[in-house]
Each structure stands twice: as structure tokens, then as C-alpha cells.
Design a protein around this ligand. Structure first.
Ligand code: NAD
Length: 428
């Protein structure tokens, strides 16, 4: 057997993706500076459980297609697992494991009583009809049913999924246990026991964190020009809420196109156009630019809100923004992170900046378990309190240790998870 053949046959866990390696690099960079018992390193970095499932469904044309799905649970020392479900062609087991680890740190940083999880199905949701998506979601839910539940693992929306999909997860699980189980999934429609304010929670958290950071620079949202990469749930609501509060949104992109207007884009109009056409191509209110021009465009604040690894070492030296707010999970590679730091660009890291979504998911879970529902003001006020408190802690840690925000955020999060692991000890 040749080397190439053996390499092809190697189990996937021997060939971790760059994203998995990046997640570990970020962890190691901080862990080695902490005075923690080094023997805990592998406990903290190894996923507790990873389930791979096959989901055969009947397509609308009568043919049968088998889709692969995953659910990775990283560390449950602080509570039940919690994390999104992603529908995308790029989903892999590795990616789910890396995102589950990030989710563990995020949940700990905003002090939620959850461990981290992530799941997904390898599919292109745009090529599935609604009925196909429903069958796939129901089959996937039934396949991961043994490891999810209101006290075990609570999924939520992520890339390519939305409140409708969460409603099917809720219904499938509830049908199988024989009663309505609101706490099994968050990001549900309000009509099915969801929380008001969940839809725009991640964008609202991005806005809260940027506003708090700018205040430390004696600046306001109305002082900044913002570019947003990705115009889905996170990108659209971040842009809309920043625009509402006086920021000038100069650039927006989605997978296939990007637009720029130095005097400011009408975000509501762009959002309506995108919803109707599924692209920003042809939007009359701004100039079209090449997709990759957005990251290097003339702006003060850059919000990557699309996918992981979009800011790498090739683009980082060209970024003109003074602040990067990570709306997406893992958008900046470790090498790019170093370049940005050397160039004086402040990065507000994903585990802080985009934690608004899981925070309101936590509120939704609490409301579902209590069967007592909050109004929008309470949700928004509580979210702001959690986000601002997390920012203050990270800011204080960064000052105290003279380090960047990512290092400060990871230090706080890893300490909390390590402390829970240490106190609980090992079973048996
Ligand atoms: P979404 O599916 O609603 O939107 C994704 C958007 O990104 C789409 O507009 C798509 O066209 C665009 N996009 C994809 N690739 C792109 C590229 N290369 N360049 C420009 N645009 C591109 O997804 P979402 O829920 O908004 O999630 C976006 C990111 O935010 C993901 O990393 C996700 O893990 C993270 N996130 C989401 C939530 C949430 O509550 N939905 C919470 C925390 C973090």
C-alpha cells in the first residue's frame, strides 16, 4: 500500500482540519500562560461525545438521498450541553467538534450554566424544498434524540437554520416523548414557546459589545463607519441595530455579492431586497464591489458575520478598520490575529461578541421550563446586563494582564470550566 493510499484510509481524527487546529491553538496560547494543572489539558480539549448519524429522506421527486449529520458535545462540567445546529455543505465532524469547544468557552464567559455543543447536517439548505427540509430535520432530530433533551443537550439555530427548523425539532422530540417539551430546543418561533428577542439577540449582543468598547475610547456608535461581512441572522441584525443607533453602515456582503456606499447604506431596504432576491446583486442603493474587497474597505469597524476563517494572513495586513467585532464563530485565524494585533487593530473575540444569541437562548430555556414568558423589554435589559458585565470582566482582565481581549476572554472562560472540572473530580 502506498503512502497516499494509507493517508486516504486514515481515520478522520488523525487529519484534523485547520479550523480544529486553530481552536486548539487559541486554547493552548492561553492555557500555557495559566497556572493550571497541565494534566487537565486533555480533559479540557477533548469532546465528551461525538455522534455521527445518517439521515435518509425521500426527495420530492421520489428518490432517496442519505444525508450525514453530527452532534458534538464538548465539556458538560458547568451544565447541560448547548449549541447550534448548522445546515451547510461545509459541515464536518471536525468543524462540529471545534465549534462545540468554542461554545464551551462562550457559555462559561457569559456565565451561563451550560457546556458547549454543536451539530449540523452536510447539505445545501437552498437546494432543499420546505418539505424536504422538514423531513430531514425530523429524521436528524430522531437520530440524535438519545443525546438531546432539556437537561442533556439543547440545540439552537446557527448557519443555515432558523426558527422554523427549531419548531420541527421541538415537535419531533415532543411527539416521541409523548408530551410538549419546550426546553429541548431554543430559537423556536414565539408562537411555539420561543422567546421574544431571540431572533435579533446575537446582533443586539454585537451592538452592546461594540458600544461598550467604543465608550472606553470616548467614542459613540454614531462616530463609526461599519462594514459587515455576511447578511444572514447575525449580519443583518447587527447592521440594522447599529444603523438604528447612528452608526454608518458603509458595506455589506453575502456569499455571492457585496455592496459599498461611503455615505451609508439603507440597511432596511437592503434587508428587504436580500429577503426577496436571496442576493444583494442588483440592489440599486449602493455600488457593487468584489466580495473580498469588503474586508479591506475603508471603514472603522469590521464585523465578520459569515463563516469561520474568512480573515486569514493574506487579508489581515490590508484591513483598514481599527476594530474587528467577531459576529461569526472563528472568523479570524491565529496568524491573522497576530497580524491584526501587531497592526494595532482591536479584536473583540467571538466568544464575547456573539454571545448574545446563546444568552437569550438561555432566557428562552428558563422561560420554557417555568412556563412563564418575559416581555421584550425584560429580555433586552437582561441581555444588555449580561453582555456589559462580560465586557467589563474581559476589559478588566485585559488591563490587569496587559493582554488582548481574546486572551483575556479565554483566560476567564477556561478558568471557570477548569474550576468546575476540578471541583467535580473524575468519575468513578
Ligand atoms: P445565516 O445562515 O443566517 O447567514 C449567513 C450569511 O453569511 C448569509 O448571508 C451568507 O450569504 C453569508 N456568507 C456565507 N459565506 C460568505 C462569504 N464567504 N462572504 C460573505 N458572506 C458570506 O447564518 P448566521 O446564523 O447569521 O451565522 C453566521 C455566523 O455567526 C456563523 O459563524 C455562526 O456560527 C455565527 N453565530 C450565529 C448565531 C445565531 O444566533 N444565529 C449565534 C452566534 C454565532
Amino acid at each position: 500500500m502506498t503512502l497516499a493510499q494509507t493517508d486516504r484510509l486514515a481515520p478522520t481524527h488523525f487529519r484534523h482540519s485547520a479550523f480544529w487546529q486553530n481552536a486548539h491553538l487559541y486554547f493552548d496560547r492561553v492555557f500555557q500562560t495559566m497556572s493550571l494543572d497541565q494534566t487537565w489539558r486533555s480533559v479540557l480539549t477533548t469532546p465528551k461525545r461525538v455522534l455521527s448519524v445518517s439521515c435518509p429522506i425521500r426527495r420530492d421527486d421520489g428518490t432517496i438521498q442519505v444525508f450525514t449529520g453530527y452532534r458534538a458535545q464538548h465539556n458538560g462540567a458547568r451544565g447541560p450541553f448547548k449549541g447550534g445546529i448548522r445546515y451547510d455543505v461545509s459541515v464536518t465532524q471536525d468543524e462540529c467538534m471545534a465549534l462545540a469547544m468554542l461554545q464551551t468557552w462562550k457559555n462559561a464567559l457569559v456565565d451561563l450554566p451550560f457546556g458547549g455543543a454543536k451539530g449540523g447536517i452536510v447539505c445545501d439548505p437552498k437546494k432543499l424544498s420546505m418539505t424536504e427540509k422538514e423531513r430531514l430535520t425530523r429524521r436528524y432530530t430522531s437520530e440524535i434524540m438519545p443525546i438531546i433533551g432539556p437537561n442533556m443537550d439543547i440545540p439552537a439555530p446557527d448557519l443555515g437554520t432558523d426558527s422554523q427548523i427549531m419548531a420541527w425539532v421541538l415537535d419531533t422530540y415532543s411527539m416521541m416523548v409523548g408530551h410538549q417539551e419546550l426546553g429541548v430546543v431554543t430559537g423556536k418561533p414565539v408562537a411555539c414557546g420561543g422567546s421574544v428577542g431571540r431572533e435579533d439577540a446575537t446582533g443586539r449582543g454585537v451592538m452592546n459589545i461594540l458600544r461598550k468598547f467604543l465608550a472606553t475610547q470616548n467614542k459613540q456608535l454614531s462616530d463609526v463607519r461599519v462594514a459587515v461581512q455576511g447578511f444572514g441572522n447575525v449580519g443583518y441584525h447587527s447592521a440594522r441595530l447599529l444603523d438604528d443607533r447612528g452608526a454608518t453602515v458603509v458595506a455589506i456582503s453575502e456569499r455571492a455579492s457585496a455592496i459599498y456606499d461611503e455615505s451609508g447604506i439603507d440597511v432596511e431596504a437592503a434587508g428587504a431586497f436580500y429577503k426577496e432576491n436571496g442576493t444583494l446583486k442588483g440592489f440599486a442603493g449602493a455600488d457593487e464591489i468584489a466580495n473580498d474587497e469588503l474586508l479591506a474597505c475603508d471603514c472603522d469597524v469590521l464585523i465578520p458575520a459569515a463563516m469561520e476563517n474568512t480573515i486569514d494572513e493574506s487579508i489581515a495586513p490590508h484591513i483598514k478598520a481599527h476594530t474587528v467585532v467577531e459576529g461569526a464563530n472563528g472568523p479570524t485565524t491565529p496568524k491573522a490575529d497576530e497580524i491584526l494585533r501587531d497592526n494595532g487593530v482591536t479584536v473583540l473575540p467571538d466568544i464575547l461578541a456573539n454571545a448574545g444569541g446563546v444568552t437569550v437562548s438561555y432566557f428562552e430555556w428558563v422561560q420554557g421550563l417555568d412556563n412563564y414568558f418575559w416581555n421584550a423589554k425584560r429580555v433586552q435589559d437582561e441581555l444588555q446586563r449580561v453582555m456589559e458585565s462580560a465586557f467589563d470582566q474581559v476589559n478588566a482582565k485585559a488591563d490587569e494582564s496587559d493582554c488582548d481581549y481574546r486572551t483575556a476572554a479565554y483566560t476567564i472562560a477556561i478558568s471557570r470550566v477548569a474550576e468546575a472540572c476540578r471541583l467535580k473530580g473524575l468519575f468513578p
